[in-house]
Design a protein around this ligand. Structure first.
Ligand code: PLP
Length: 360
């Protein structure tokens, strides 16, 4: 496999050797070993510290999408009202996903280049009276961060039973206070800011959400229900991937040993530095307002003089891989993923130096 020395893709991010090492063991079936249950309990506790919750966290085998789907299917029944706050590919996508499980969905939509307006969301909740509000913390394809805390206030004040937040590209890199913000279903992936290998989806589930999960009774590979007591009963719905969970523990250790607050601060600084240098190069940030720019990924308009394919080829020739974008932004926007291990000034500067040379 071709390796690039300057990885700046917004996930999967570069996995440090200690994390890869931790996942390198090949012993036994996880669900028969007491040692595994101890490890699972430790990982859960470490994840709780990172996303600031006391809630139980289901650690599921599968990409983060398994968490996104599982949390919807486990809590929604046909006809349930869902209000989806959408500012990008994932926000609009979650609305579509809820529709396929025949929820009655209303979208409070915004442009891909802007963050949600909490007052508009407040008004929409008042008229629609949903059972669930869904939103995305960081829209990875467009580099926008949404006001989850403010929307959370509306959700609680107006008595919405469930608040579903896709924090996949935020957890471990942006301010995220799951319990203080009233998040009932907080969705996390292993391969973004945590810089663990791909393959795990995590959901922090509140007591209110467990009640809905009981009522809904959904069963399936992505069902959350079995995780409520899996650890206490020593009974998981499938053989857990011990290697992946061991890697995740080492990845959490990396963040906690650096200190969560300091890691989040580093992300903010690297992001601000990235934006500053891009502007110096005469490039145009994709989000309309700088305040809406995410601390974990920066989205930039592809300049008129080049195509993304050409730019991508020339960056790769210099050993740098940035991300294109997806959906309606494909070709028009490219992204610098400075999350997790990639929230590193020297790494980002090396990538930006190459970009500056190519565009000079
Ligand atoms: C990456 C991402 C996902 C999906 O993650 P996969 O690991 O590809 O399944 C969902 N939401 C957001 C915001 C993401 O950035």
């Amino acid at each position: 496999m071709k390796r690039y020395p300057v990885p700046l893709v917004p996930g999967p991010t570069a996995v440090p050797p200690a994390v890869l090492e931790a996942g390198h063991y090949d012993f036994g079936s996880a669900d028969l070993e007491e040692e595994f249950f101890d490890q699972y309990a430790r990982v859960e506790e470490k994840l709780r510290a990172i996303i600031q919750t006391r809630n139980r966290i289901a650690i599921m085998s599968g990409e983060a999408m398994v968490a996104l789907w599982g949390a919807l299917k486990s809590t929604l029944s046909p006809g349930d009202r869902v209000l989806s706050v959408a500012t990008g590919v994932f926000g609009y996508g979650i609305a579509e996903m809820a529709r396929t499980i025949t929820a009655e969905v209303t979208v409070v939509g915004f442009g891909h280049d802007e963050a949600a307006d909490a007052e508009q969301v407040w008004a929409a909740i008042e008229t629609f009276r949903p059972k669930m509000v869904t939103m995305v913390h960081v829209e990875t394809p467009s580099g926008v961060v949404n006001p989850v805390a403010k929307v959370g206030e509306a959700v609680r004040a107006l008595g919405v039973p469930l608040f579903y937040v896709d924090a996949v590209a935020a957890a471990g890199g942006a301010e995220l206070a799951t319990d203080a913000w009233g998040i009932d279903l907080c969705l996390v992936g292993s391969q973004k800011c945590l810089s663990a290998p791909p393959g795990l989806g995590m959901v922090a589930v509140s007591d209110r959400a467990w009640e809905e999960i009981d009522k809904t009774g959904y069963q399936g590979y992505d069902a959350l229900a079995p995780f409520r007591e899996a650890l206490d009963r020593r009974w998981f719905p499938y053989t857990p991937c011990w290697q992946a969970i061991a890697g995740l523990e080492a990845a959490c250790d990396r963040i906690l040993s650096l200190g969560l607050a300091s890691v989040i601060q580093d992300h903010a600084e690297v992001a601000a530095h990235t934006r500053h240098r891009l502007r110096q190069m005469g490039l145009c940030l994709f989000p309309r307002h700088e305040a809406d720019c995410a601390p974990t990924v920066t989205a930039v308009r592809v300049p008129d003089a080049v195509s993304w394919d050409d730019l991508d080829r020339r960056l790769r020739a210099e050993g740098v891989v940035m991300g294109g974008s997806i959906g309606p932004l494909a070709g028009g926007v490219f992204r610098i993923g400075h999350m997790g291990t990639q929230a590193d000034l020297a790494l980002v500067d090396t990538g930006l130096d190459a970009l500056a040379r190519i565009l000079a």
